[in-house]
Design a protein around this ligand. Structure first.
Ligand code: UTP
Length: 414
């Protein structure tokens, strides 16, 4: 039995040109070898080979029909209209039909913080605040205002789940009712190096990483979190990132707009700082809402302006999205495409030594949350303001770093 399995694994590794793993297996004891073999048999090598091939192809957007998308500018909505929208939103939240999901399964490689990103402490007001704490403060404020406790679902990765859980427990959920904090885990895909080879991790297994924030929908369903939402009577689900310290997790104007526009999905945007800013922008592609990543937007289009003198493709996606529960369910059953990103990842070489790369060395495959927009005819986009809505902690230094986030956070809350 054992030998048959070993042979099957060897055949598979040879077929997909992963012979270095066969060599590595020689260095393992029986137990370790068995664990690695079992893991290898769960990997979809055909899919992986296809994903690797895709890294060599340029993304073609030319044959698609791309148009500007309509949006509502929060700053330009009249105050009577705004209160009408807020009332619509408030009703949903105060009747307990609103839930929030935080996507916290990312690796945070650019920030270089060891541990889940939510456990990063931002140096604000001397004492500092953890990113999770900042999000909780925001939820608590909404709870107080609307007289409810919003159920909060946190998506972790297999890699950071236990650490996230113990961190929140150690801090007593920063005062949040723990019955309303639900952790669920996202799926994973193998990482490969730039030659398409699998990597070995410290645990002597193939190195895997979470499959992108687009994995949220499927994971919500398969983990049972979606069923839990339904049981609680949730009708609207807000899904946001873990690292924007100005994120508004219960924006009644956004929710009201979605209801008034009778759409299943809505998103907050901010206008691009300049045509070259490295953010994804909204458009309509072949009649459906879409976000084009900055890496995929041709330079000419990035600079195009409309008759009002505004960038045609200037509404940036800031991971601030709202879905009806039916929309979440629908998306959870549709496959999303995988994009690739070059990231820095440590690994174990054939001699068992840990290699810490100096530059990006691995392809990570990720589904993006915004690819789900394409399944719908319409989206309600609310343009917010950078100084009120967007202060991400992405890079260790420079733009979108702890330094810029601290400044924006303290300015907003002073
Ligand atoms: P990013 O794509 O910016 O990734 O995530 P990141 O992990 O924060 O940072 P880098 O690129 O490795 O430096 C945007 C949001 O999506 C979540 C992140 O936690 C963040 O809130 N995310 C990303 C997941 O939940 N799962 C993933 O697989 C990827």
């Amino acid at each position: 039995m054992g030998m048959e399995k070993t042979q099957e694994v060897i055949d598979l590794l040879q077929q997909y040109k992963q012979e270095h793993i066969i060599n590595y297996m020689q260095t393992l004891n029986e137990q370790e070898k068995e664990a690695l073999e079992n893991q290898i048999l769960t990997i979809d090598f055909h899919q992986l080979a296809e994903l690797y091939d895709n890294t060599k192809k340029a993304v073609q957007i030319k044959e698609n029909k791309i148009e500007e998308i309509q949006y509502f500018d929060k700053a330009k909505i009249s105050s009577s209209k705004k209160s009408q929208l807020d009332n619509l939103g408030e009703k949903v939240i105060s009747s307990g039909k609103y839930a929030v999901v935080t996507m916290a399964g990312g690796q945070g490689t650019r920030l270089e913080h060891t541990g889940p990103k939510g456990t990063f402490k931002l140096d604000v007001y001397g004492k500092g605040k953890y990113l999770f704490e900042i999000l909780i403060d925001n939820l608590k404020e909404a709870n107080k205002k609307y007289g409810v406790t919003i159920p909060w679902y946190i998506m972790t990765s297999k890699e950071n789940h236990n650490e996230t859980k113990s961190f929140l427990e150690e801090h007593s959920f920063f005062g949040y009712d723990k019955n309303n904090v639900i952790l669920f885990q996202q799926g994973e895909l193998p990482l490969i190096d730039t030659k398409g080879k699998l990597l070995i991790g410290k645990n002597k297994l193939i190195k895997l990483a979470s499959d992108g924030n687009g994995g949220t929908f499927t994971s919500l369903r398969t983990s049972g979190a979606l069923a839990d939402m339904k049981e609680r009577g949730i009708e609207w689900v807000f899904i946001g990132g873990v690292d924007n310290v100005l994120l508004k997790m219960a924006d009644t104007t956004l929710l009201g707009l979605a209801i008034e526009q009778n759409v299943q999905i809505a998103s907050k945007s901010i206008v691009k700082a300049n045509p070259q800013e490295r953010v994804g922008v909204f458009c309509k592609m072949n009649g459906h809402p879409k976000v084009i990543e900055y890496t995929e937007l041709p330079e000419k289009m990035a600079e195009e302006v409309n008759l009002d003198g505004e960038l045609k493709y200037g509404e940036s996606h800031i991971m601030c999205n709202l879905f009806t529960i039916d929309a979440v369910e629908k998306i959870s059953k549709e496959p999303l495409m995988y994009h690739w990103a070059l990231k820095k990842n440590t690994y174990i070489d054939s001699t068992g030594k840990e290699i810490i790369p100096e530059k990006e060395n691995t392809f990570k495959f990720e589904a993006f949350i915004f690819d789900a927009f394409t399944f719908f005819d319409d989206i309600a986009i609310l343009r917010g303001k950078r100084e009120e809505d967007f202060a991400p902690v992405k890079n260790k230094e420079g733009v979108d770093s702890p330094k810029t986030a601290k400044e924006l956070y303290e300015k907003f809350w002073n």
